[in-house]
Design a binder for this molecule. Structure first.
Ligand code: 6CS
Length: 294
C-alpha cells in the first residue's frame, strides 16, 4: 500500500506528468488529472479508482485522525481504515491532499478528491451534502486551557455564561458549528487556521480555550496547557469516509468491505494504534450520527 501526500496545487496542476514532482515513483503513471473546472473523467468514481489503482483522499494532518509523516506518507486512524478497506476492494494506493475541514465537502463535490478521510464528523448539515460510510471512528471533544483552568471552562454552557470568554476554533469545523448551534455569540469565537495556532492563542491569552477533539489536543499538549476531560454538553462525534452523493455504487462497495473489516481484529489493531475504541465505532450507526444537530 503506497500512500503519498500531494499538494492541492500539485493535483490541480496535474495537467502534465512533468508538473507533478512527487517523492514516490509510479504515481505519475496512475495520475488522475482534475479536468479544468473539476470535471471527473467519464465513468463512475468506483470504475475510475479501480482502473487507476488509487484514490485521492482529503485529509487535514491532525494526529491521530490524520497524519503526514516527514517522508510524505499518509497515515492516521481514518486514512489507515480507508486504506485497509480500499485494499480489500482491490485498490492498493491512496493519495492524500491536505486541506482545511471547511473545504473538504466543496472540494469533494468539485472532484478535487474522491473520498474525505479526515474524521469529518457526521452531522445533519454534512449528511445532507455528502454520503458517509458507516462509522469508522467515535470520539470526544475537549478544551485546551491555561494550566489549572483558571476560568473553570468545562462545558459550552460555561463559555456562554461569561461573555468575556473567548474560544478558539477551526472555522467551519465541528466545534465551530457546535458553539453556533448552542448560540454562543460570534464575538466569543476566535478563528484559527490549525491546531498549533489554537494552542498558541491560549498561551498568548487571545483565547481562554481551544476547542478540538480530545485526542487531537492530547497530541498538541505542551507545558502550561491543560486538556479538560471530555466536554459533556456537546453531541456525540463520529466519522466515516465521505463520498459524493452520486457515488452510491462506491459507497455500497465500500460499506460491504468496511463491514468485513469491522468484523476482523484488523479494525481493532488500526484504531487502538491511534487511541480510538473499535467497539465504540461498532456500537453506533451512520443514521444515529447523521441525526446530530448542526
Ligand atoms: O469534523 C470536524 O470538523 C472536526 N474533526 C476533526 C477530526 N478535528 C477538528 C474538526 O473541526
Amino acid at each position: 500500500m503506497r500512500r503519498t501526500e500531494i499538494s492541492r496545487r500539485q493535483l490541480l496542476r496535474g495537467g502534465g506528468a512533468a508538473a507533478v514532482a512527487l517523492p514516490v515513483a509510479g504515481f505519475l503513471a496512475g495520475c488522475s488529472f482534475t479536468q479544468p473546472g473539476g470535471g471527473q473523467p467519464a465513468g463512475s468514481t468506483l470504475d475510475q479508482i479501480k482502473k487507476q489503482g488509487f484514490a485521492r483522499i482529503a485529509i487535514a494532518n491532525e494526529p491521530p485522525y490524520t497524519q503526514i509523516k516527514p517522508d510524505g506518507t499518509v497515515t492516521g486512524a481514518e486514512p489507515d481504515v480507508v486504506a485497509a478497506v480500499l485494499k480489500r476492494m482491490g485498490i492498493p494506493e491512496i493519495q492524500g491532499v491536505v486541506t482545511p475541514y471547511e473545504s473538504m465537502i466543496p472540494g469533494l463535490n468539485a472532484n478535487r478528491w474522491d473520498i474525505i478521510a479526515a474524521g469529518l464528523f457526521m452531522k445533519q448539515s454534512r449528511c445532507s451534502q455528502i454520503l458517509y460510510s458507516e462509522p469508522e471512528i467515535v470520539s470526544t471533544e475537549s478544551f485546551a486551557v491555561p494550566a489549572g483552568n483558571p476560568k473553570n471552562l468545562t462545558s459550552v454552557a460555561a463559555v456562554k455564561a461569561d461573555p468575556a470568554v473567548k474560544v478558539a476554533v477551526l472555522p467551519g469545523g465541528f466545534e465551530d458549528g457546535a458553539l453556533k448551534t448552542q448560540n454562543v455569540p460570534a464575538a466569543q469565537i476566535v478563528n484559527i487556521p490549525d491546531g498549533r495556532s489554537g494552542i498558541e492563542a491560549v498561551q498568548a491569552g487571545r483565547a481562554d480555550a481551544f476547542f478540538l477533539p480530545t485526542l487531537s489536543l492530547n497530541s498538541l499538549k505542551t507545558d502550561g496547557i491543560d486538556i479538560t476531560p471530555p466536554i459533556q454538553d456537546v453531541q456525540q462525534t463520529g466519522s466515516g469516509a465521505g463520498f459524493r452523493k452520486a457515488d452510491t455504487d462506491l459507497v455500497n462497495a465500500y460499506d460491504e468491505q468496511l463491514r468485513a473489516l469491522k468484523a476482523s481484529p484488523e479494525f481493532d489493531q488500526i484504531l487502538s494504534k491511534w487511541g480510538f475504541s473499535a467497539d465504540a465505532a461498532r456500537g453506533v450507526t451512520r443514521d444515529q450520527l447523521c441525526a446530530v444537530a448542526g
